[in-house]
Design a protein around this ligand. Structure first.
Ligand code: ARG
Length: 378
């Protein structure tokens, strides 16, 4: 039987997809579950995939490469999409695609599959990345093909086939989440009513700024060439640093956004995000750049951050444009080294001090100029 590697999240759709690929399309399904910092028990996911009918389950911890190859470059660029989205979901797709391609080649699979629907951006990101890396692989998208139109029908299928479900997913409300180290995307049916606020229960990485502590927390973040390397005087690798910063910033209600976003395929959608660590790191790094980059570099980097964000959002990670932008940001970040002090308080990360050996700020320069201006005016 031909082999198909499926990107398995452990959610209902990819669970049903295992069984569907096996029964309807006669594939030997290899389930690939990756740890991108979503805090899920991956071993459990592997077992569930096998019980659902996969011939093999591969479980990979990709957190470090997620930072090194995807989050890091995007943070260097301070890339964003439409101001409210720091690209957590969009960044994970080219990494999962790269891993699908790698596992397919190891396992001798002819097909790869993803659990994206026909309405979202993620299908385009997966498929663009897979085609760029391995144009010979065939892509199957069960959700675009099968007859189960809604969640209820898929639940019914899962029950009829006695498919196992991870405990955390059976209970809870009908929210669609996509969570990783860099943040969380939240989709809820009721969010479509743009006149209503998101319900408080949909958030899980942050408290409401309204109920955040009355005491601010002041932290120091150290950067080296644009990468965060230390927190409160302690050297840390980026993954634990981001995990810690997610907790600290989330506890102060930082990083929530609620935007109307322009999807790739041409319509607007309501999107809610939580990105506590990312938001704090963006604020801190921006402040350090303002001190260490020339005015002209700052202006150009600003415009290109939008281009970078669009490139990530549009699924063009494996492109000449993204590589060229990375070269630009590599150079621009050469002197973005120093320490930034940030106050976390009631939903806002405020920079209140910064130091750098590459500072372009001249103490007294502004005062002197004022004096010269005054003299000239006399
Ligand atoms: N709108 C965001 C994006 O396009 C979030 C997508 C979230 N994906 C998901 N499968 N829930 O990047």
């Amino acid at each position: 039987m031909p082999k198909c590697v499926l990107a398995f999240s452990g959610g209902l759709d990819t669970l049903v997809a295992i069984s569907w690929l096996k029964e309807r399309r006669n594939f030997d399904v290899i389930a690939l579950a990756v740890d991108l910092g979503q805090g899920e028990d991956l071993e459990e996911l592997g077992e569930i995939a096998l019980r659902a009918g996969a011939v093999a389950a591969r479980v990979e911890d990709l957190r470090e490469s997620f930072y090194k190859d995807f989050i890091g470059p995007t943070l260097k660029a301070l890339a964003h999409y439409e101001h409210g989205y720091l690209l957590s979901s969009a960044l994970s797709r080219p990494l999962i695609a790269r891993e699908l391609v790698r596992v397919a080649s190891e396992e001798g699979a002819t097909h790869v599959a993803h659990g994206c629907s026909a309405k979202g951006n993620d299908q385009i990101r997966f498929e663009a990345a897979i085609s760029a890396l391995a144009p010979y692989l065939k892509i199957v998208a069960p959700l675009r093909e099968w007859e189960y139109r809604n969640r209820e029908q898929r639940i019914e299928y899962a029950r009829a086939k006695k498919l196992p479900m991870p405990k955390s997913r059976v209970t809870g409300m009908n929210f669609g989440y996509d969570l990783n180290l860099w943040g969380q995307s939240i989709e809820i049916g009721m969010l479509e009513d743009t006149s209503r606020p998101p319900p408080e229960e949909c958030y899980s990485l942050s408290v409401s700024p309204l109920y955040a502590p009355n005491q601010p927390e002041e932290i120091d973040i150290e950067f080296r060439e644009g990468h965060p390397v230390g927190l409160n005087g302690r050297r840390m690798n980026p993954v634990p640093l981001i995990e810690k910063l997610n907790q600290m910033s989330g506890a102060h209600g930082i990083g929530r956004t609620d935007i109307i976003e322009d999807r790739l395929i041409g319509f607007k959608s309501r999107e809610v995000y939580e990105a506590p660590a990312a938001t704090t790191l963006y604020a801190a790094k921006r402040a350090l750049e303002q001190m260490t980059l020339s005015r002209d570099s700052l202006q150009v980097r600003e415009g290109l951050a939008v281009a970078y964000g669009r490139c990530v959002y549009n699924g063009q990670w494996y492109s000449d444009l993204r590589e060229a932008l990375d070269m630009f940001y590599e150079r621009v970040n050469k002197n973005v080294t120093g320490t930034v002090s940030v106050r976390l308080y009631k939903g806002v990360a405020t920079v209140f001090a910064r130091q750098s050996e590459y500072s372009l700020y001249t103490v007294g320069a502004a005062a002197q100029r004022e004096q010269i201006d005054n003299e000239a005016a006399e």
